[in-house]
Ligand binder design. Structure first.
Ligand SMILES: Cc1cc2nc3c(=O)[nH]c(=O)nc-3n(C[C@H](O)[C@H](O)[C@H](O)COP(=O)(O)OP(=O)(O)OC[C@H]3O[C@@H](n4cnc5c(N)ncnc54)[C@H](O)[C@@H]3O)c2cc1C
Ligand code: SF4
Length: 498
């Protein structure tokens, strides 16, 4: 039997790391259980998978593009008459965005007229050849662009070496220049006394006779079932792992799953479908020789009723790809013939690609959901998550709009042989909305500071909390929310255990 702890965090990814670090100053006994292990940046493989279980969570495999949600994203119901408003606003999160920018180490350029004021602690990534070509094309069209905020270190920062532009960021950075929480928050949290147990997969959260969370049942590294008692349980398992665990914690008292009196656990799953468009220019680009994202555009972010849809999208401008990816993709698109002409065609394509993606806001729809698979189980016998999802009509119209504008941008850059991938097939990395926050217990799973309406010592801090998805990559906002919730918990320490 393990000694009881004060706070038990499940999941050591983006949000779990942030909440652990923030709560550490309370000197409570804090334990984090993570189903995966530690990574060694020096041995990162070069193959790509689309999600990651381990210390750092999704931040090991993310692209490090680090925009924030906009103020309007927190007021979609009021502004657009769709979905719901968040129970908090952008200004509430500002101090936590700033703290997270310092902890993760954000590079960017202040002064962007397209977003609220912010002061990234490091200078932006260089635009490079592709960035400069795309920026000139945007200037020709008179459309907004700005160097992206990223969590790639552009100068040596807090023990992290600066980026050396090798362009291999998404499947993890061996240089340690890309911020993942195993090299940012976790070392600081552990130095401050937080315990992190790896290869421990939680099966369910148990409750006591008062309907409070009592602790968790998990499988340790040897596959042995263990019980860990805790005064407070914090879920940080992402928008799929968190509803999976809550649904798997059903009991006589909570027959539909824990914290699920609203029936919304697992529902309103949002992904951000990506519409990717690219083409080829005569001039050589810098292809994949730098972090993949260098610019964003907010030109089409806010609602304009004349477009035929509400809300909007961010354009995320990418560089090219490496030679193998170029060969595989252009062969599939019919641009690269076999036999005579193969090498000449490859030389014309390789290192000449310019591309961009529209990250489209996904509105919450209850039929998009995570449930427990009735048949499939993981190796510990825990039911696998089953995902039902289809792109909503508003999002589909938004994607068409994004494709048409992206083609205009590429035409302005004098790119030809335009290719479209919409939605990109290897997408679905932004896992949001499946345990939303709100003040009404009938319409939300947790309250405005992340506490379950039903189980008072149970908190959620990951992407499940999102009420609407915004049209940006979500991790900056996920971590700011986790720090905000940790702050609320610290303010209410005296009555946290009631
Ligand atoms: C290829 C790729 C590219 C991306 N690019 C970007 C980007 O450029 N910008 C951006 O903002 N975001 C990006 N993302 C998304 C980003 O990684 C996520 O938004 C972020 O990591 C989510 O944080 P989280 O805390 O909600 O969950 P995660 O970081 O996923 O952490 C959840 C953790 O919980 C653990 N866990 C789950 N269930 C259990 C259990 N039962 N027991 C124990 N542990 C458990 C998991 O192993 C995991 O470590 C990308 C993701 C991928 C995969
Ligand atoms: S280009 Fe990417 S992988 Fe290479 S050093 Fe910079 S951040 Fe790391």
């Amino acid at each position: 039997m393990n000694d009881p702890v004060d706070v038990l965090i499940i999941g050591a990814g983006a949000s779990g790391a942030a909440v652990a670090w923030s709560l550490a100053e309370t000197k409570m006994h804090i334990l984090c259980l993570e189903q995966g292990g530690w990574m060694n940046p020096a041995t990162y493989p070069s193959t790509k998978v689309v999600n990651f279980n381990g210390v750092g969570g999704g931040t090991i495999m993310y692209t490090a593009h680090f925009p924030r949600l906009h103020p309007s994203d927190f007021r979609v119901k009021s502004l657009d008459g769709m979905a719901d408003d968040w129970p908090i606003d952008y200004d509430t999160l500002v101090p936590f965005f700033e703290e997270n920018d310092r902890m993760m180490g954000v590079s960017g350029l202040a002064g962007d007229p397209g977003v609220p004021p912010r002061n990234p602690p490091m200078p932006p990534l260089p635009l490079g050849r592709s960035g400069a070509m795309l920026a000139k094309a945007m200037n020709r069209l008179g459309w907004h662009w700005w160097p992206s905020d990223t969590t790639v270190a552009t100068v040596d920062y807090e023990g992290r070496a600066r980026c050396i532009n090798l362009g291999h960021c998404t499947p993890a950075c061996a240089q340690g220049a890309k911020a993942s929480t195993d090299i940012t928050y976790w070392p600081a949290a552990q130095r401050a006394g937080v315990e992190l147990r790896t290869h421990c997969r939680v099966r369910e959260i148990t409750t006591n006779e008062h309907g409070m969370a009592a602790g968790v049942v998990y499988y340790d590294a040897d596959g042995i079932e263990q019980f860990q008692a805790a005064e407070v349980v914090v879920l940080a398992c992402n928008g799929v792992g968190t509803p999976r665990l809550l649904l798997n914690s059903a009991s006589g008292r909570f027959p539909d799953g824990l914290a699920n009196s609203s029936g919304l656990v697992g529902k309103n799953l949002m992904f951000h479908p990506y519409a990717q468009v690219y083409g080829y220019v005569d001039e050589a680009t810098d292809s994949n020789r730098a972090p993949p994202t260098c610019l964003w555009s907010k030109e089409f972010y806010e609602t304009d009723p004349s477009r035929g849809f509400v809300r909007g999208y961010t354009f995320q401008f990418g560089r090219g790809v490496g030679p193998v990816a170029e060969a595989v993709a252009s062969e599939a698109k019919g641009l690269l013939p076999w036999g005579a002409g193969h090498h000449a065609a490859f030389r014309r394509l390789n290192g000449h690609r310019l591309g961009l993606s529209a990250i489209c806001e996904d509105l919450p729809e209850e039929h998009n959901r995570v449930t427990l698979d009735p048949v499939l189980k993981d190796r510990n016998g825990i039911p696998a998550p089953r995902i039902d999802y289809r792109i909503g009509e508003n999002t589909a119209r938004m994607m068409e709009h994004g494709i048409a504008r992206a083609k205009e941008i590429l035409a302005a850059a004098e790119a030809t042989e335009i290719c479209v991938n919409s939605p990109i097939l290897y997408g679905g990395w932004h896992l949001l909305g499946t345990a939303r926050m709100g003040t009404d217990p009938a319409r939300s799973v947790v309250n405005e500071w992340g506490r379950s309406h039903d189980v008072k010592n149970l908190f959620i801090v990951d992407g499940s909390l999102f009420v609407t998805s915004g049209g940006v990559n979500p991790t900056s906002t996920i971590q700011a929310l986790a720090l905000y919730i940790a702050d609320q918990m610290k303010e209410r320490l005296a009555n946290l255990f009631d």
